[in-house]
Design a protein around this ligand. Structure first.
Ligand SMILES: Cc1cc2nc3c(=O)[nH]c(=O)nc-3n(C[C@H](O)[C@H](O)[C@H](O)COP(=O)(O)OP(=O)(O)OC[C@H]3O[C@@H](n4cnc5c(N)ncnc54)[C@H](O)[C@@H]3O)c2cc1C
Length: 388
């Protein structure tokens, strides 16, 4: 048994701590704020295998299967629901692109199919079908509650012995050669250190800071934080817009009815690079912009009251794919999830935990595709389809 420090108490770090403990590792988990306070508790709940490249389709096919058994495995209700994702085409070129994506997804067992607007209206009763030519529909995609999911992982991780510490910020490392030997952390104003065998950087938007602390160039994995926002309406009758509905041609705008209370969450690719890592102030421009799209997708939303608006980060790499793998002999990273870290977490966390504990993983994760050193080599991947 070795001692692993996991830095970052978002869904990726907490799930990785759980997976590592399951494999018999001794784990200490550090979170500088409260668990989930980074991007995780600000996400739009969406989970999809409808990606446009082989690596992400294969990873998410596996992840969705993991999500399907997660409630049983963790023994908590996490409100995982396979209510589907419906992408909508606004031009003939997009219909052709959808067909190509569907062929790719079907090749790896993802059951997406092209549907007409009559079927789309049956699935989403409030949909304004008029602007759209066709839909790409995968009923196996879905959503889950990020709060319940993180706390379920955390509860089971602690039960397995994980020493999970909130309000405890990692502030540095002790390093010998290519190895980290200890983690320095601040809690209640006091700096202490703990000897460790391995470190996992799961801090997403903050990952460059941690990489620099480890003696690496801060842009070895060039992650930038982009402010992304959501608004949520008052509850509607359930079943009005259960799937995530998105015309990608409309600035990646989307709506999805919250699986818990029936409010409709509305998002869009109206984004700005964050001014700082505390820049989570919602903006009026976003509110105006997103509501215009939401009403174009589903006209009845015009009559729904907005009850909340919030902001968080998409921690984006240049190719919108995360960095998952080894950076130093005993220093690993799983970060830069670029807007799809919640959905990927069960698979990515299992994969990195198995890599750390066993040196290999049974998750079909293409290590080369997500290699953290690909940016330094100038080998960018095809940009991952970004929308939540
Ligand atoms: C508006 C919005 C909508 C989204 N919608 C979706 C969606 O529908 N589906 C989806 O899959 N994803 C979505 N995402 C993205 C998703 O939220 C993230 O990819 C995911 O939560 C990343 O999880 P994480 O654990 O990697 O990072 P985070 O949740 O950001 O956790 C990182 C943690 O590291 C901690 N930390 C940083 N520095 C230190 C330090 N020095 N010491 C200790 N702790 C530290 C931070 O406090 C933070 O809690 C959305 C994001 C936003 C903002």
């Amino acid at each position: 048994m070795s001692k692993v420090a996991v830095i970052g108490g978002g869904i990726v770090g907490v799930a990785a701590a759980y997976e590592l403990a399951k494999l018999g590792e001794e784990v200490v988990l550090f979170e500088k704020g409260y668990f989930g306070s980074g991007s995780t508790f600000r996400c739009a709940t969406g989970i999809r295998a409808q990606f446009t490249d082989e690596a992400n389709v294969r990873l998410m096919k596996y992840a969705v299967e993991h999500w399907e058994r997660l409630e049983d495995e963790l023994g908590f209700d996490i409100n995982f629901r396979q209510t589907g994702y419906l992408f909508l085409a606004t031009s003939e070129e997009e219909v052709e692109a959808f067909k190509a994506n569907i062929r790719l997804q079907n090749r790896f067992g993802v059951p997406t199919r092209l549907i007409d607007m009559d079927e789309a209206r049956e699935i989403v009763p409030i949909l304004n079908t008029e602007p759209f030519l066709a839909g790409a529909w995968n009923p196996k995609d879905g959503k889950a509650n990020p709060f319940k999911t993180l706390f379920a992982y955390l509860f089971r991780a602690r039960e397995l012995g994980v020493d999970a510490r909130e309000h405890t910020e990692v502030v540095g490392f002790e390093r010998e050669g290519n190895e980290i030997t200890a983690v320095k952390f601040r809690s209640n104003g006091k700096v202490e250190s703990v000897k460790v065998d391995t470190v996992l950087n799961a801090t997403n938007a903050w990952a460059p800071i941690i990489n620099e602390m480890a003696g690496l160039k801060s842009d070895i994995v060039p992650i930038k934080a982009y402010k992304h926002q959501l608004v949520k309406t008052e509850p509607l009758e359930k079943g009005q817009a259960e799937p995530l509905v998105c015309p990608p041609g409309w600035n990646d705008a989307y709506i999805i009815q919250d699986g818990e209370d029936g409010g409709v969450i509305c998002g869009a690719g109206i984004e700005h690079e964050a001014k700082s890592l505390s820049d989570v102030e919602p903006t009026y421009d976003f509110l105006r912009g997103v509501l215009r799209y939401a009403v174009m997708i589903a006209t009845p939303l015009r009559y729904a009251h907005v009850i909340r608006q919030w902001a968080g980060f998409y921690a984006k790499t240049p190719d919108r794919n995360p960095a998952i793998g080894k950076l130093l002999d005993n220093f690993y990273i799983a970060a830069g999830f670029s807007g799809h870290g919640f959905m990927m977490a069960p698979a990515a966390a299992q994969a990195i935990a198995e890599l750390i504990a066993r040196g290999r993983s049974k998750v079909p994760l293409d290590w080369d595709w997500y290699d953290p050193y690909r940016f330094e080599r100038g080998e960018l991947r095809t940009s991952a389809f970004q929308i939540g």
